[in-house]
Design a protein around this ligand. Structure first.
Ligand code: SF4
Ligand code: SF4
Length: 347
């Protein structure tokens, strides 16, 4: 079995990128631990608890692993980037969350790949599928497998196809000659650093998740730090800015895979502010949006409405400010009292 043959099987399984890395300790594991120790992971306990040590080596997930097959699935669709979108009445949802939950899409693709490998392998082998719920430094292995380099924005970037990829791995007990990592092509570019509204990309140190809009809107429970709320703009789930401005995405291909077509492209903030919990679950069933929980989602909507500074949002914000949920009520009050003082609205 060769890496080229794996690429062919991966292509037949629906992946645009694939490569092979050796299943050995992650060479940048100490950097990861330093990042965690510096508090950059915020309250994301799945990055800081015992699973942090498991990430050091794929053999902690599959003791017999000899190779890591890394696969990338393109999810960019032909819809505008957030940096080209300025409808203040609408919410921005991160591109990766527009369609079906990528965990399911990636897992079924990796299962297909696993099946094809079993048909071709000379002997039985052990394997384990990893989508980002398994503790593995997946971008590090994807880089080693030749899929791309890790950009200053911390995304994996492929020279020809950009960074709009979901990553998944198949750990196998097969010995496969590994691919080689490509050079880092960020060079002197600082576009993502300069474009980040909350200064979350620290050159030389990576991402400070505790300043990142994606972290605030998806992972953080409770209050969003006040000093960062204005920088969130219209984002109610995730943030794409540092990928939107990356020059390597300028000519990135798009996919016509219906799994990633938007179910809700830039929904209207006023409608989102009025949905009940059951409606929230129905509207976003099968998408990553449920991860923010109803309370967190309404909190984010309140902040986005405050940032829009539209008079028409006063009434829905007043309703949210009366919510029994203290976090939602607090953020709606912030939007009303501090961000959009009466008389200073846009029309
Ligand atoms: S996702 Fe947004 S907030 Fe986070 S680093 Fe990128 S541009 Fe900054
Ligand atoms: S915007 Fe520039 S610095 Fe940032 S990831 Fe892309 S190429 Fe690298």
């Amino acid at each position: 079995m060769t890496a080229d043959r794996i690429r062919e099987l991966a292509r037949r399984s629906g992946f645009e990128l694939a490569g092979v890395a050796a299943a050995v300790s992650a060479e940048d594991r100490s950097r990861y631990h330093e990042w965690v120790a510096a508090g950059r992971a915020g309250k994301m306990s799945y990055l800081t608890d015992r699973r942090a040590a498991v990430r050091d080596d794929p053999r902690n997930l599959l003791p017999s692993a000899r190779s890591v097959i890394c696969a990338g699935k393109l999810y960019q669709t032909p819809w505008p980037h957030s940096t080209r979108f300025d409808d203040t009445e609408c919410a921005w949802i991160s591109r990766y969350a527009w369609g079906d939950d990528y965990h399911d899409v990636m897992r079924s693709g990796l299962q297909r790949l696993e099946g094809l490998l079993r048909e071709e392998a000379d002997a039985p082998f052990e394997s384990r599928i990893c989508v980002d719920t398994a503790p593995l430094l997946e971008r590090s292995y994807a880089r080693l497998a030749g899929l791309g380099w890790i950009g200053r924005n911390t995304c994996l970037i492929n020279q020809a196809q950009g960074s709009w990829f979901f990553l998944g791995e198949l750990l196998v007990s097969l010995d496969i000659a590994p691919d080689a990592p490509p050079p880092d092509r960020c060079g002197t570019c600082m576009r993502c650093v300069e474009a980040c509204p909350t200064a979350a990309i620290v050159p030389g140190q990576g991402l400070d998740a505790t300043r990142c809009i994606s972290y605030f809107t998806i992972e953080l429970r409770g209050a969003i730090p006040e000093e960062h709320r204005a920088g969130m703009g219209a984002h109610v789930f995730g943030c794409d800015i540092c990928q939107d401005v990356c020059p390597w995405n300028g000519r990135a291909p798009v996919t016509d895979d219906p799994a990633f077509a938007p179910r809700q492209f830039a929904p209207r903030l006023e409608e989102l502010a009025a949905i009940g919990e059951e409606e929230f679950r129905t509207m976003f069933r099968g998408t990553p949006l449920l991860r923010s929980h109803y309370s967190g989602f309404l909190r984010n909507v309140a902040v986005a409405m405050g940032n829009a500074r539209l008079e028409k949002f006063r009434a829905p914000l007043e309703r949210l400010a009366a919510s029994a949920d203290a976090v939602v009520a607090d953020h709606a009050r912030w939007a009303l009292e501090e961000q959009v003082p009466r008389g200073q609205y846009s029309s």
